[in-house]
Design a protein around this ligand. Sequence first.
Ligand SMILES: Cc1cc2nc3c(=O)[nH]c(=O)nc-3n(C[C@H](O)[C@H](O)[C@H](O)COP(=O)(O)OP(=O)(O)OC[C@H]3O[C@@H](n4cnc5c(N)ncnc54)[C@H](O)[C@@H]3O)c2cc1C
Length: 445
Amino acid sequence: MVIIGAGLVGPVAAMYLARRFGPVTILERRPDPRRRAGRRGRSLTVMLSARGWRVLSDLGLAEQVRAMCIPLHGRCAHLPDARPHVTPYSRDGQPIWSVERERLHHLLLDAAEATPGVRIHFGQRVHAVDLDEPAVLVEDQGSHRRLTCRHILGCDGAHSTARAALVARGARAELRNLQLAYQEVEVPAGWLDRSTMHYWPAGDVLFAAFPMASGAFSGSLFMRRDGPAPSYATLNRGRDLFDEFAARFPEPTATIPDLAEQLATSAVSTLSLVRCDRWVWRDTFALLGDACHAMAPFMGHGMNCAFEDARTLVDCLDSTKDWAAALAAYERSRTEDADAISDLSYQHYYTMANPPQDQSAGAKGALRKRLVDLFPDRFVPLYEQCAFTEASYASVLRDDQRLDGLVEGLLRRHGTGLVTASDSQLRACTPLARNTVSLEEPGCS
Ligand SMILES: Cc1cc2nc3c(=O)[nH]c(=O)nc-3n(C[C@H](O)[C@H](O)[C@H](O)COP(=O)(O)OP(=O)(O)OC[C@H]3O[C@@H](n4cnc5c(N)ncnc54)[C@H](O)[C@@H]3O)c2cc1C
């Protein structure tokens, strides 16, 4: 079996598969990151949620990973002229877990290499995939060789070469860059609480910071790539960008001594979105992770969803000896969920880029919040469902849309006065079927 890509999901898929089906070869175009000296890679921290933990537990890695994580209990908004405002991630105090991406990546590579049957070859770029034979064309120190195998998994990220093979067979795939780009900025230790992530919402610009094991915070500045100011296209990377940052985020500006240098020199990275209507080919080939569903990072689910792909794939393979049937089942069970979390992730930028008070402002936001508070068993907040359960992302999105529909219906029927009605009045007006989370339009008096 050949896996293309030793990013975050490639090693995970290899560990699952080698234990069941024997030798797995991973081909990675980059050099081994564990041997790299100096500057780190992109996106310094990633959040692990229940789906990610499930996979790490399956692979016997949860304890080791937990030891490198920092628990985060919520997000703390910093607004000009206001006290920091913490929104807990869950109503029962559960944390989500922040881990340095590079350390997690190294651990996964080590664990994959320690798994009998798994071999990782670095510096091997796959140029083309032959779905029928099946085989991959690999560039190895300037020369090309053809490697035949029984099955191929494309875990080669947003700009996947593997995906191109499916597109050549009629799959419809979309790869586009978001209007937003981001830059990493390291924030010194000592002035921010380490039990939450921190963000400075400024509407069209956002700065966010996550604690790291060193005590410092990994910050990211998000801003439009081009278009009207403020955007990376309109601001000169030197003084203009610094002045814009200082005007929007005075608090971090005062505490990051080398801010001007960091803003001038750290890379500006784009954010890609990928959608693909086919993920598999007969019994030979499947895509996983960003190769088939790269998404905006604001919900923190790209990797978690990718890990869940790997688990679902092996669940499907465990349930039948027929690979074609298993791969088809995998595709059926994942595409709707991937589309859902991708949509939710993009929408979540609004939550992050605007003050938390704005989200419960207005009758609709306020009534939504009251219903969630009043019926905690019926309405689990969307973020909580994604992060702390393994509920299908598509069903989470549908529940959320139904809640929206319910709120709109209630406001139409009862007017905005319902927002300030007593709990018992609100209860009387809210139709909840006895045993289900049915949110049908009320027949309430
Ligand atoms: C700013 C930011 C923050 C994020 N935060 C979170 C978070 O908090 N939680 C979360 O769950 N997710 C997060 N993500 C998303 C997460 O990083 C990705 O979803 C995850 O890395 C996907 O893993 P992957 O293995 O599919 O792709 P990648 O990690 O991109 O790995 C792909 C690998 O394939 C290799 N490759 C590519 N082409 C070839 C080729 N032709 N031949 C051989 N090798 C090849 C690449 O070199 C790379 O190593 C974030 C992303 C960003 C950008």
